[in-house]
Ligand binder design. Structure first.
Ligand code: NCD
Ligand code: ZN
Length: 346
C-alpha cells in the first residue's frame, strides 16, 4: 500500500552550497525539493560585506539549472570588523535575511569568526533595532571544554549573556544537538528559535565511532548521546513553531572527508525529505512534518509559506538513493541513515 502526503513546498533554513564546481554540483540536489534556503557565508574568504553577498547570490542563480526555481536567502559572516552601516544597508535593500555568527575556530572555515564579543556589540545592537536575525553556531572553542559539552557551555557562557545584553535581538540557535539547547530555546522568553538537521534526528555518537570510525557521520556540532537525539525528535514533532528545519547539508569531497583529518559536514540535500518522513512516521507525527519543514521557518522570518506543494510517497520496497553525487570538485557521499528509506518525493 503506497501512502501519500502532500505538504507545502519546504525551505531549508541552514544550507552550505560552497562555490564554483561544488556549487554547480550540489545546488540541484537542494533546488529539486526546496524553494528557498538560508545560504551559509563560510566561503574562503567568507562573505563579509553586502557587495560580496550580492556577488555570491548572482553566482548561485547563475549555477541554477534551466527550469529550476530556487531563492537563495543570503547571510553575512559576522567578523570583528563588520560595519553596522553595511549590514543595515544590505538588510534594507532586501539582500540579506540574516547575519551568521561563528565563534572563531568553531568549525569549517570559521577562522574569521568572533573571539571578542564586545567588538561586535555595535552590529548586534543595530540588528536588534532593525529586526535582522542573528544565526548562531552555538559552540565554544576553548581547548579545555570537551567537544560533547561545547553547545551546553556556549549557551550558558556566551548565548545567554549576549541575549541579556542585547534585548530585542532575534536569535536562531542553529543545528541544536542537545537536550540543553532544546530546553533553552523552548523555555526562554524573548525572540529565539532553533533549527534542527535531519541527520541529528537520526544518528547519535555511536554511529560515528562504533565498529570503525565513520567520517561521513562526522559533523559539527558533533552528534551526541541517544538521549539528546531523542530530545531533538520530541522538539521537531512537538508543533512548537520555535523549531524548524535547517539541514546544515555541508558538502565536502570524499577525499576531504576520508582522511586522517577529515572535514566536518554531512551531505543530506539529496534525501532530507525522505529522512524526515521516516522519522516523523516513526514518531507517529506525519501530520507535524509540514509545520517543521514548511511553515514555522517562514513564519519566523516574516515570509509567506511557499505557494507550491510537494508530495511524499511511501513505497512498499526501499527507495534507492545514490551513494554519492558526482561534482566537478569530486564525489560527495550522500548521508546514509544506516537503514532503508521507503519515502521519496514524487
Ligand atoms: C559546516 C561546513 O562544512 O561548512 N560543517 C558542519 O559540520 N556542519 C560548517 C558548520 O555549519 O559547522
Ligand atoms: Zn552549517
Amino acid at each position: 500500500m503506497t501512502q501519500r502526503l502532500t505538504i507545502r513546498r519546504p525551505d531549508d533554513w541552514h544550507l552550505h552550497l560552497r562555490d564554483g564546481l561544488m556549487l554547480a554540483g550540489v545546488l540541484p540536489e537542494t533546488a529539486r525539493h526546496f524553494a528557498r534556503a538560508i545560504i551559509m557565508p563560510n566561503l574562503v574568504p567568507p562573505v563579509v560585506t553586502g557587495a560580496a553577498a550580492a556577488a555570491y547570490r548572482d553566482r548561485i542563480l547563475a549555477a541554477l539549472p534551466e527550469g529550476m526555481e530556487f531563492r537563495p536567502l543570503m547571510t553575512l559572516y559576522l567578523t570583528e570588523e563588520t560595519d553596522p552601516d553595511d549590514v543595515a544597508a544590505a538588510h534594507q535593500s532586501g539582500l540579506v535575511t540574516a547575519v551568521k555568527l561563528y565563534p572563531a575556530g568553531a568549525t569549517t572555515n570559521s577562522a574569521s569568526g568572533v573571539t571578542d564579543f564586545d567588538k561586535v556589540r555595535p552590529v548586534l545592537e543595530r540588528m536588534a533595532e532593525i529586526g535582522l536575525p542573528l544565526c548562531i553556531h552555538g559552540e565554544v572553542t576553548m581547548p579545555e571544554v570537551d567537544i560533547f559539552d561545547r553547545e551546553k557551555v556556549f549557551i550558558e557562557t556566551v548565548l545567554d549573556p549576549l541575549r541579556q545584553r542585547t534585548p530585542g535581538l532575534k536569535v536562531t540557535l542553529e543545528h541544536v544537538t542537545t537536550a540543553d539547547g532544546i530546553d533553552y530555546v523552548a523555555g526562554e522568553a524573548g525572540d529565539i528559535a532553533g533549527t534542527i538537521t535531519a541527520h541529528h534526528l537520526m544518528i547519535d555518537r555511536n554511529h560515528i565511532l562504533v565498529g570503525g570510525i565513520k567520517p561521513h557521520y562526522y559533523c559539527l556540532p558533533v552528534a551526541k548521546r541517544r538521549r539528546h537525539r531523542d530530545a531533538l525528535r520530541r522538539a521537531a514533532i512537538s508543533g512548537n513553531p520555535r523549531f524548524f528545519l535547517g539541514t546544515d547539508s555541508a558538502p565536502h569531497s570524499d577525499e576531504a572527508k576520508e582522511s586522517a583529518c577529515g572535514c566536518a559536514g554531512c551531505f543530506t540535500a539529496t534525501n532530507t525529505m525522505a529522512c524526515l518522513a521516516h522519522v516523523f512516521e516513526e514518531e507517529g507525527a506525519l501530520d507535524r512534518l509540514e509545520g517543521f519543514a514548511s511553515l514555522h521557518g517562514p513564519a519566523r522570518y516574516g515570509l509567506p509559506p511557499n505557494a507550491g506543494t510537494i508530495t511524499l510517497v511511501k513505497e512498499d520496497a526501499p527507495v534507492p538513493y545514490p551513494d554519492k553525487i558526482a561534482t566537478g570538485a569530486g564525489p560527495v557521499t550522500v548521508f546514509d541513515p544506516g537503514h532503508p528509506l521507503y519515502w521519496r518525493v514524487a
